[in-house]
Design a binder for this molecule. Structure first.
Ligand SMILES: Nc1ncnc2c1ncn2[C@@H]1O[C@H](COP(=O)(O)OP(=O)(O)OP(=O)(O)O)[C@@H](O)[C@H]1O
Length: 275
Protein backbone atom coordinates (compact mmCIF):
# COMPACT_ATOMS: atom_id res chain seq x y z
CA UNK A 1 0.00 0.00 0.00
CA UNK A 2 1.32 3.47 -0.83
CA UNK A 3 1.97 6.05 1.90
CA UNK A 4 -1.27 7.97 2.43
CA UNK A 5 -1.13 11.74 2.51
CA UNK A 6 -3.16 13.29 5.31
CA UNK A 7 -3.83 16.84 6.40
CA UNK A 8 -1.33 16.14 9.15
CA UNK A 9 1.40 15.24 6.65
CA UNK A 10 2.54 12.24 4.68
CA UNK A 11 3.16 9.22 6.86
CA UNK A 12 5.34 6.25 6.09
CA UNK A 13 3.63 2.91 5.67
CA UNK A 14 4.87 0.82 8.58
CA UNK A 15 5.50 -2.89 8.96
CA UNK A 16 2.78 -4.96 10.59
CA UNK A 17 4.55 -6.46 13.62
CA UNK A 18 2.95 -4.86 16.70
CA UNK A 19 5.97 -5.44 18.94
CA UNK A 20 8.60 -4.02 16.64
CA UNK A 21 6.65 -0.92 15.70
CA UNK A 22 6.10 1.16 18.80
CA UNK A 23 5.63 4.27 16.70
CA UNK A 24 7.83 6.83 15.02
CA UNK A 25 9.46 8.05 18.24
CA UNK A 26 7.47 11.30 18.12
CA UNK A 27 4.64 11.93 20.57
CA UNK A 28 1.15 12.33 19.12
CA UNK A 29 -0.39 13.00 22.54
CA UNK A 30 1.17 13.98 25.84
CA UNK A 31 -0.65 13.82 29.15
CA UNK A 32 1.04 15.49 32.10
CA UNK A 33 -0.08 15.04 35.72
CA UNK A 34 -3.72 14.73 34.72
CA UNK A 35 -6.23 14.62 37.56
CA UNK A 36 -10.04 14.49 37.55
CA UNK A 37 -11.60 14.50 41.01
CA UNK A 38 -15.35 14.26 41.60
CA UNK A 39 -15.64 15.66 45.08
CA UNK A 40 -13.69 13.19 47.19
CA UNK A 41 -13.49 10.59 44.38
CA UNK A 42 -10.10 10.71 42.66
CA UNK A 43 -11.25 9.08 39.40
CA UNK A 44 -7.95 10.05 37.72
CA UNK A 45 -5.17 11.15 39.99
CA UNK A 46 -1.88 12.28 38.48
CA UNK A 47 -1.57 10.39 35.18
CA UNK A 48 1.41 11.09 32.90
CA UNK A 49 1.50 9.29 29.55
CA UNK A 50 3.12 9.81 26.17
CA UNK A 51 1.45 8.21 23.16
CA UNK A 52 3.81 7.46 20.29
CA UNK A 53 2.88 8.75 16.86
CA UNK A 54 2.07 5.97 14.43
CA UNK A 55 1.59 3.33 17.11
CA UNK A 56 -1.30 1.64 18.85
CA UNK A 57 -1.32 2.40 22.57
CA UNK A 58 -3.64 0.58 24.93
CA UNK A 59 -5.01 1.18 28.41
CA UNK A 60 -6.10 -1.69 30.64
CA UNK A 61 -7.40 -1.53 34.16
CA UNK A 62 -10.09 -3.09 36.32
CA UNK A 63 -13.59 -1.62 36.58
CA UNK A 64 -13.52 1.80 38.19
CA UNK A 65 -9.79 2.35 37.58
CA UNK A 66 -10.47 5.59 35.70
CA UNK A 67 -10.20 4.63 32.02
CA UNK A 68 -13.50 6.22 30.93
CA UNK A 69 -12.77 9.33 32.94
CA UNK A 70 -9.39 9.59 31.24
CA UNK A 71 -11.03 9.33 27.80
CA UNK A 72 -13.59 11.96 28.84
CA UNK A 73 -10.72 14.22 29.89
CA UNK A 74 -8.82 13.65 26.62
CA UNK A 75 -11.93 14.59 24.63
CA UNK A 76 -12.57 17.54 26.99
CA UNK A 77 -15.96 16.17 28.04
CA UNK A 78 -15.03 16.42 31.69
CA UNK A 79 -13.39 19.21 33.61
CA UNK A 80 -9.81 18.65 34.66
CA UNK A 81 -8.83 19.14 38.28
CA UNK A 82 -5.29 19.71 37.05
CA UNK A 83 -2.91 18.66 34.30
CA UNK A 84 -1.72 19.41 30.80
CA UNK A 85 -2.82 17.90 27.48
CA UNK A 86 -0.81 18.34 24.28
CA UNK A 87 -1.80 16.97 20.89
CA UNK A 88 0.44 17.40 17.87
CA UNK A 89 2.42 19.99 19.84
CA UNK A 90 -0.66 22.06 20.77
CA UNK A 91 -1.74 22.46 24.40
CA UNK A 92 -5.50 21.88 24.60
CA UNK A 93 -6.55 21.28 28.20
CA UNK A 94 -8.63 24.47 28.14
CA UNK A 95 -10.33 24.17 24.74
CA UNK A 96 -14.05 23.46 24.37
CA UNK A 97 -15.07 19.89 23.47
CA UNK A 98 -16.29 21.06 20.06
CA UNK A 99 -12.75 22.05 19.11
CA UNK A 100 -11.23 18.64 19.87
CA UNK A 101 -12.00 17.07 16.45
CA UNK A 102 -10.36 20.06 14.80
CA UNK A 103 -7.21 19.31 16.77
CA UNK A 104 -7.14 15.91 15.12
CA UNK A 105 -8.66 13.68 17.82
CA UNK A 106 -11.51 11.42 16.69
CA UNK A 107 -13.23 8.77 18.76
CA UNK A 108 -15.66 5.90 18.80
CA UNK A 109 -17.97 5.21 21.74
CA UNK A 110 -18.65 2.21 23.97
CA UNK A 111 -22.08 1.77 22.39
CA UNK A 112 -22.94 1.86 18.69
CA UNK A 113 -24.17 5.33 17.76
CA UNK A 114 -25.28 5.13 14.15
CA UNK A 115 -28.33 6.76 12.58
CA UNK A 116 -30.60 3.87 11.60
CA UNK A 117 -32.48 5.73 8.87
CA UNK A 118 -29.30 6.58 6.98
CA UNK A 119 -27.17 4.33 4.81
CA UNK A 120 -23.66 3.29 5.80
CA UNK A 121 -22.26 5.87 3.37
CA UNK A 122 -24.47 8.64 4.80
CA UNK A 123 -23.43 7.80 8.36
CA UNK A 124 -19.78 8.02 7.35
CA UNK A 125 -20.47 11.25 5.51
CA UNK A 126 -21.68 12.78 8.78
CA UNK A 127 -18.10 12.55 10.02
CA UNK A 128 -16.85 14.13 6.82
CA UNK A 129 -19.39 16.96 7.08
CA UNK A 130 -18.21 17.66 10.61
CA UNK A 131 -14.67 18.40 9.42
CA UNK A 132 -15.37 22.02 8.73
CA UNK A 133 -18.17 24.44 8.04
CA UNK A 134 -16.89 25.03 4.51
CA UNK A 135 -16.89 21.35 3.71
CA UNK A 136 -20.40 20.98 5.11
CA UNK A 137 -21.58 23.18 2.24
CA UNK A 138 -19.89 20.95 -0.34
CA UNK A 139 -22.26 19.25 -2.81
CA UNK A 140 -23.39 15.88 -1.49
CA UNK A 141 -24.24 14.30 -4.84
CA UNK A 142 -22.17 11.17 -5.14
CA UNK A 143 -19.67 10.31 -2.45
CA UNK A 144 -16.92 12.81 -1.63
CA UNK A 145 -13.50 11.24 -2.16
CA UNK A 146 -12.63 11.02 1.56
CA UNK A 147 -15.93 9.23 2.30
CA UNK A 148 -15.31 6.65 -0.43
CA UNK A 149 -11.73 6.26 0.84
CA UNK A 150 -12.84 5.74 4.45
CA UNK A 151 -15.36 3.12 3.31
CA UNK A 152 -12.67 1.34 1.32
CA UNK A 153 -10.10 1.43 4.15
CA UNK A 154 -12.61 -0.18 6.50
CA UNK A 155 -13.85 -2.75 3.97
CA UNK A 156 -17.34 -1.26 3.73
CA UNK A 157 -17.58 -0.30 0.07
CA UNK A 158 -19.84 -3.24 -0.75
CA UNK A 159 -22.35 -2.33 1.99
CA UNK A 160 -22.20 1.44 1.49
CA UNK A 161 -25.91 1.62 0.57
CA UNK A 162 -27.11 -0.73 3.33
CA UNK A 163 -28.81 0.44 6.52
CA UNK A 164 -26.98 -0.28 9.81
CA UNK A 165 -29.80 -2.63 10.91
CA UNK A 166 -29.00 -4.89 7.96
CA UNK A 167 -25.42 -5.36 9.16
CA UNK A 168 -23.80 -7.49 11.83
CA UNK A 169 -22.79 -5.81 15.05
CA UNK A 170 -19.13 -6.10 14.11
CA UNK A 171 -19.76 -4.39 10.77
CA UNK A 172 -21.69 -1.61 12.49
CA UNK A 173 -18.62 -1.06 14.64
CA UNK A 174 -16.52 -0.73 11.49
CA UNK A 175 -18.94 1.94 10.22
CA UNK A 176 -18.23 3.92 13.37
CA UNK A 177 -14.52 3.60 12.79
CA UNK A 178 -15.02 4.74 9.18
CA UNK A 179 -17.00 7.76 10.43
CA UNK A 180 -14.13 8.64 12.77
CA UNK A 181 -11.27 8.21 10.28
CA UNK A 182 -13.05 10.20 7.56
CA UNK A 183 -12.17 13.21 9.72
CA UNK A 184 -8.52 12.44 8.95
CA UNK A 185 -7.53 12.46 12.61
CA UNK A 186 -3.99 12.39 13.91
CA UNK A 187 -5.23 10.18 16.78
CA UNK A 188 -8.17 7.78 16.95
CA UNK A 189 -9.54 6.87 20.40
CA UNK A 190 -11.40 3.57 20.52
CA UNK A 191 -13.37 3.08 23.73
CA UNK A 192 -14.08 -0.64 24.15
CA UNK A 193 -14.70 -1.23 20.42
CA UNK A 194 -15.18 -4.98 20.86
CA UNK A 195 -17.68 -4.88 23.74
CA UNK A 196 -20.44 -7.37 22.92
CA UNK A 197 -18.57 -8.89 20.00
CA UNK A 198 -17.87 -12.54 19.33
CA UNK A 199 -14.31 -13.83 18.95
CA UNK A 200 -14.31 -13.63 15.13
CA UNK A 201 -15.51 -10.03 15.20
CA UNK A 202 -12.80 -9.13 17.74
CA UNK A 203 -10.12 -10.58 15.48
CA UNK A 204 -11.58 -8.55 12.61
CA UNK A 205 -11.43 -5.28 14.58
CA UNK A 206 -7.89 -6.03 15.74
CA UNK A 207 -6.84 -6.65 12.13
CA UNK A 208 -8.50 -3.40 11.03
CA UNK A 209 -6.66 -1.45 13.72
CA UNK A 210 -3.33 -2.94 12.66
CA UNK A 211 -4.12 -2.13 9.04
CA UNK A 212 -4.89 1.48 9.98
CA UNK A 213 -1.61 1.60 11.89
CA UNK A 214 0.25 0.41 8.79
CA UNK A 215 -1.39 3.36 7.02
CA UNK A 216 0.11 5.66 9.67
CA UNK A 217 -2.85 6.23 12.01
CA UNK A 218 -2.01 6.63 15.72
CA UNK A 219 -4.57 4.93 17.95
CA UNK A 220 -5.46 4.65 21.62
CA UNK A 221 -7.45 1.57 22.56
CA UNK A 222 -9.37 1.15 25.82
CA UNK A 223 -10.35 -2.47 26.19
CA UNK A 224 -11.05 -5.13 28.81
CA UNK A 225 -10.08 -8.02 26.54
CA UNK A 226 -6.43 -8.58 27.44
CA UNK A 227 -5.85 -11.01 24.57
CA UNK A 228 -7.07 -8.34 22.16
CA UNK A 229 -4.61 -5.91 23.75
CA UNK A 230 -1.74 -8.35 23.40
CA UNK A 231 -2.66 -8.99 19.75
CA UNK A 232 -3.16 -5.35 18.84
CA UNK A 233 -1.11 -2.90 20.88
CA UNK A 234 2.49 -1.76 20.59
CA UNK A 235 2.53 -0.23 24.05
CA UNK A 236 0.33 -0.81 27.05
CA UNK A 237 -0.53 1.34 30.06
CA UNK A 238 -2.07 -0.29 33.14
CA UNK A 239 -4.23 1.80 35.46
CA UNK A 240 -5.58 1.09 38.92
CA UNK A 241 -7.46 3.43 41.25
CA UNK A 242 -6.93 6.44 39.00
CA UNK A 243 -3.17 6.02 38.78
CA UNK A 244 -0.71 4.52 36.33
CA UNK A 245 0.58 1.20 37.65
CA UNK A 246 3.06 0.49 34.89
CA UNK A 247 3.61 0.75 31.13
CA UNK A 248 5.66 -1.01 28.49
CA UNK A 249 5.54 -3.93 26.08
CA UNK A 250 2.07 -5.50 26.29
CA UNK A 251 3.29 -8.98 27.31
CA UNK A 252 5.50 -7.49 30.04
CA UNK A 253 2.71 -5.30 31.40
CA UNK A 254 0.19 -8.14 31.49
CA UNK A 255 2.70 -10.38 33.26
CA UNK A 256 3.52 -7.72 35.87
CA UNK A 257 2.47 -8.97 39.33
CA UNK A 258 1.14 -5.51 40.21
CA UNK A 259 -1.16 -5.62 37.19
CA UNK A 260 -2.34 -9.12 37.99
CA UNK A 261 -2.88 -8.09 41.59
CA UNK A 262 -5.09 -5.22 40.44
CA UNK A 263 -7.52 -7.66 38.85
CA UNK A 264 -9.58 -10.23 40.67
CA UNK A 265 -9.30 -12.95 38.02
CA UNK A 266 -5.56 -13.45 37.83
CA UNK A 267 -5.41 -16.81 36.06
CA UNK A 268 -6.48 -15.80 32.60
CA UNK A 269 -4.00 -12.94 32.57
CA UNK A 270 -1.14 -15.29 33.32
CA UNK A 271 -2.42 -17.51 30.48
CA UNK A 272 -2.59 -14.53 28.11
CA UNK A 273 0.94 -13.43 29.00
CA UNK A 274 2.26 -16.89 28.14
CA UNK A 275 0.98 -16.67 24.57
N1 LIG B 1 -19.44 11.72 37.24
C1 LIG B 1 -18.90 11.05 38.28
N2 LIG B 1 -19.15 11.44 39.53
C2 LIG B 1 -18.62 10.79 40.60
N3 LIG B 1 -17.79 9.73 40.49
C3 LIG B 1 -17.51 9.29 39.25
C4 LIG B 1 -18.03 9.93 38.08
N4 LIG B 1 -17.57 9.27 36.98
C5 LIG B 1 -16.79 8.28 37.46
N5 LIG B 1 -16.75 8.28 38.80
C6 LIG B 1 -15.99 7.37 39.65
O1 LIG B 1 -14.64 7.46 39.23
C7 LIG B 1 -14.03 6.17 39.28
C8 LIG B 1 -13.48 5.81 37.91
O2 LIG B 1 -14.57 5.52 37.05
P1 LIG B 1 -14.37 5.22 35.49
O3 LIG B 1 -15.75 5.01 34.92
O4 LIG B 1 -13.53 6.27 34.87
O5 LIG B 1 -13.57 3.84 35.54
P2 LIG B 1 -13.36 2.79 34.35
O6 LIG B 1 -11.96 2.28 34.50
O7 LIG B 1 -13.71 3.40 33.06
O8 LIG B 1 -14.40 1.66 34.72
P3 LIG B 1 -15.14 0.60 33.70
O9 LIG B 1 -14.06 -0.31 33.23
O10 LIG B 1 -16.13 -0.07 34.60
O11 LIG B 1 -15.77 1.40 32.60
C9 LIG B 1 -15.07 5.22 39.81
O12 LIG B 1 -14.91 5.11 41.20
C10 LIG B 1 -16.36 5.91 39.48
O13 LIG B 1 -17.38 5.53 40.36
Amino acid sequence: MSSPSTRHGTVPAGPADPVDVPGTGTAVLEIRDLAVHYGGVKAVDGITMTLAEGGISGIIGPNGSGKSTLVAALTRLTRLTRGELTVGGTRYERVRPGRVPGLGIARTFQTVRLLGDLSVAANVQLGYDARSRAERRAPLRGLPGPVAEALERTGLTDVARARPSELSYGTQRRVEIARAIVMDPRLLLLDEPTAGMNAAERVEISALMRQLRSEGLSQLLIEHDVQMMLDTCDHLFAMAQGRLLTEGRPADVVADPRVQEAYLGKGWKADAADQ
